[in-house]
Design a binder for this molecule. Structure first.
Ligand SMILES: O=C(O)[C@@H](O)[C@@H](O)[C@H](O)[C@H](O)CO
Ligand SMILES: [Mg+2]
Length: 402
């Protein structure tokens, strides 16, 4: 089964998505996601200029060989652009293999390890009471796990505070929105949020929180320790993780579970964190980490050290990634949880999908491949709109991590 053609489809049904469609001479096609929020066109060029010409004529069944060819063959390894392009090809090829064999992707990986996949939703508010109410709406909808974010008094546009209940999209402007940040204000405030959340909602719901890379290791340790009475499911991205060693310091001081990895691209970003058991959940997902082929190696390595998966699932991960991730989650033995930020109705219409959601749990569906398609005619109604992620500055104007 030979790859006959491949094309990149860019559309913006509410937000931007980059999708790869690979067609074979057997009449079977596969779909992969290559979206890199705020830097989409870089991946488009990488695919169109450098990857697609090398795919034509290859055997679509040779997923592993094509992965190795794209990874080793580029010479310049790793990074978000390269690994997203590889992921798009990889996921499209797994989709093709599943369709060719008439079987869902999870079966190709080794079959289902669970009946349904626990997901967490995003609750946020500009005040504590708004966030408490937002968590309540998720609990009422059947979610067993909810991420809680809140505006911080004195901080302009704190991370994670959206404009609606179900949808949150941080890439909101053609030029980056400037936000402000004060870790001192944040550290003084967040324990009060969780005091109130536990007071109102009790301990039957899993609560999560995302620090979005803003603390120093010692500040992260302080936050982790102050939240221990609230028994979080996880505390995410407390500090930038380029320095994997930094997590030793955090770990020495707190037993609050730690999650990290949504911006990692390969196992090399996570190796020390995993093998020294410095984290509890690895947040890498198919689109960011070279597709199913690489992610399963990461998951197997993590399993050796008791680290579980907690795949990134923000709205910038297209339904194609969501579908592929749900098949992966169905199989992966060391599954932890899956993030689920709902897509807009426009996005759902452009990407018809077999996966489903019911009261806090998802299933990948039984369609062959990953079960997600793209309606190209509909997609054409939503042209690309340049959008960038915000930036953050400290109160004195110093550039900080958004
Ligand atoms: O945990 C998360 O979902 C976030 O950290 C993301 O919303 C992240 O900000 C976006 O994916 C950036 O594009
Ligand atoms: Mg995050």
């Amino acid at each position: 089964m030979t790859i006959r053609s491949a094309k990149v489809i860019v559309c913006s049904p509410g937000r931007n998505f980059v999708t790869l469609k690979i067609e074979t001479d057997a009449g079977i096609y596969g779909i992969g996601d290559a979206t890199l929020n705020g830097r989409e066109k870089a991946v488009v060029a990488y695919l169109e200029e450098h990857v697609i010409p090398t795919l034509i004529g290859r055997d679509a069944r040779s997923i592993e060989d094509i992965w190795q060819f794209l990874y080793r063959g580029a010479y310049w390894r790793r990074g978000p652009v390269t690994m997203r392009a590889i992921a798009a090809v990889d996921v499209a090829l797994w989709d093709i293999k599943g369709k060719a064999l008439g079987t869902p992707l999870y079966d190709l990986l080794g079959g289902r390890s669970r009946d349904r996949i626990m997901v967490y939703g995003h609750a946020n508010g500009s005040t504590i009471e708004e966030t408490v109410a937002a968590v309540g709406r998720y609990v009422d909808a059947g979610y067993q796990a909810v991420r809680a974010q809140c505006g911080v008094p004195g901080v302009k546009l704190a991370y994670g505070v959206g404009r609606g209940d179900l949808y949150y999209e941080p890439a909101d402007s053609q030029l980056p929105t400037e936000t402000s940040w004060s870790t001192a204000r944040y550290l003084g405030f967040i324990p009060k949020l969780f005091d109130r959340l536990r007071e109102v909602h009790g301990f039957d719901v899993h609560l999560l929180h995302d620090g979005h890379h803003r603390m120093t290791p010692l500040e992260a340790a302080q936050l982790g320790r102050s939240l221990e009475p609230h028994r979080l499911f996880w505390l995410e991205d407390v500090t930038p993780a380029e320095n994997q060693e930094a997590f030793r310091l955090i770990r020495q001081h707190t037993v609050t579970p730690l999650a990290v990895g949504e911006i990692f691209n390969t196992i090399w970003d996570a190796k020390d964190l995993i093998q020294h058991q410095l984290i509890d959940y690895i947040r890498m997902t198919v689109v960011g980490s070279g597709g199913i082929t690489h992610l399963r190696r990461v998951a197997d390595f993590a399993a050796l050290w008791g680290v579980r998966t907690g795949a990134h699932g923000a709205t910038d991960l297209s339904p194609v990634t969501m579908g592929a991730a749900l098949h992966f989650d169905s199989w992966v033995p060391n599954f932890g949880i899956q993030e689920y930020m709902r897509h807009s109705p426009e996005t759902d219409a452009v990407f018809p999908h077999a996966y489903g959601f019911e009261r806090g749990f998802m299933t990948p569906g039984e369609a062959p491949g990953h079960g997600v398609d793209i309606d190209e005619a509909l997609a054409a109604n939503y042209p690309y709109r340049p959008m960038q992620l915000p930036v953050a500055r400290l109160e004195d104007g110093t550039m900080w991590n958004w």
